[in-house]
Design a protein around this ligand. Structure first.
Ligand code: IPM
Ligand code: MG
Length: 356
């Protein structure tokens, strides 16, 4: 079980440390950790947000545990040197095209949601976001038109094989849940989305047991706050998935609780190679103060045990320990409480040990 640990910037190192303590408490045999620099931290030390050594460490591992990237001191660098390019580079270099972002309401936190508690209580969904295509990775630029006006442009495209493979991931994920899949696009306006929809329908033939429907992204954004209980698995492109997953996080109360797995095709001895990260960013405003909520990273480590290491029982134990800590009122500042990073880590570890 070789894990590449990439703590990154801002609160990344603090939250990653707590996730590692939780893994350590499980006392799993054969755990090997190797750490490397990424993001602004790597830029300041090595002149690049994703140095070749870091990529090597990630490639040589069975799974990557990732903190966060983003550093305001890098905001004026050329785009290819900005911290965000590190995560985009990892996702694309490692072929991690399927991003799983579960959003579930933890009992007792309904009041933290921006939604009415009785609506918030319904949330139990999984966003399957395509991660290697779309405007994120298309050609882009800023050009000067003949009339002298500057024009920014980003190319949006999806090939049918890209849509097909993420559709398969989503249908398979739906089968492990309530067998309902909503494909989100903007097929009323975009050709990219029309092809997306056509290919998802083709793939659906192979999954007659999964109920498929389609929704335009603007409607999906509305439905997500109006009646989130209608969603089980949502599959969508890179850009729409980025936006809808942040929205889903606020529906459950805090972005500090949402974990993610990014998976590709490469298999490990007991699962799929993947990168695991909290969906929140580096939160530079609270970095280094021991205030950040590490739960999203701890839950990402649980996803790692499940998807890359075939350790479902341990993954479920971590998730139960986090839920128990929340139910006992161990709340970080993001949830209106005052528990610090380490205190939350301690609380999860102690519940993990008492439920074993
Ligand atoms: C995310 C983030 C990234 C993204 C940024 C940091 C490039 O917002 O993981 O959702 O847009 O994918
Ligand atoms: Mg995002």
């Amino acid at each position: 079980m070789k894990i590449a640990v990439l703590p990154g910037d801002g609160i990344g190192p603090e939250v990653t440390r707590e996730a590692l303590r939780v893994l350590d408490a499980l006392d799993l045999p054969g755990l090997e950790l190797s750490e490397a620099d990424v993001g602004g931290t790597a830029y300041h030390k090595h002149g690049h947000p994703l140095p070749p050594e870091t990529l090597e460490v990630a490639r040589a591992a069975d799974a990557v545990l990732f903190g966060a990237v983003g550093d305001p001191s890098c905001d004026n660098l050329e785009r290819h040197l900005r911290p965000e390019q590190a995560i985009l580079g990892l996702r694309s270099d490692l072929g991690l095209f399927a991003n799983l972002r579960p959003a579930t309401m933890f009992p007792g936190l309904e009041d933290m949601s921006g939604l009415k508690p009785e609506i918030a209580r319904q949330i139990d969904l999984l966003i399957v976001r395509e991660l290697n295509g779309d405007v994120y990775f298309g050609e882009k630029g800023i050009r000067t038109r003949e009339d002298g006006e500057r024009e920014g442009w980003d190319m949006m495209s999806y090939s049918e094989s890209e849509v097909r493979r993420i559709a398969h991931s989503a249908f398979r994920a739906a089968r492990t849940r309530k067998s309902r899949l909503t494909s989100v696009d903007k097929a009323n306006v975009l050709e990219t989305s029309q092809l997306w929809r056509d290919v998802v329908c083709e793939v659906a033939q192979e999954y007659p047991d999964v109920a498929l429907d389609h929704m335009y992204v603007d409607n999906a954004a509305m439905q997500l706050v109006k009646s989130p209980g209608q969603f089980d698995v949502v599959v969508t492109g890179n850009l729409f998935g980025d936006i809808l997953s942040d929205q889903a996080s606020m529906c459950v109360g805090s972005i500090g609780l949402l974990a993610s797995a990014s998976l590709g095709e490469r298999q490990t001895d007991h699962g799929t190679f993947g990168l695991y990260e909290p969906i929140h960013g580096s939160a530079p405003d609270i970095a280094g103060q021991g205030k950040a909520n590490p739960m999203a990273t701890i839950l990402s480590a649980a996803m790692m045990l499940r998807h890359s290491f075939g350790r479902e029982a341990e993954a479920a134990r971590i998730e139960a320990a986090v839920a128990a800590a929340l139910a006992d009122g161990v709340l970080g500042g993001d949830l209106g409480g005052d528990a610090g990073t380490q205190e939350i880590g301690d609380a999860v570890v102690s519940r993990l040990l008492t439920t074993s």
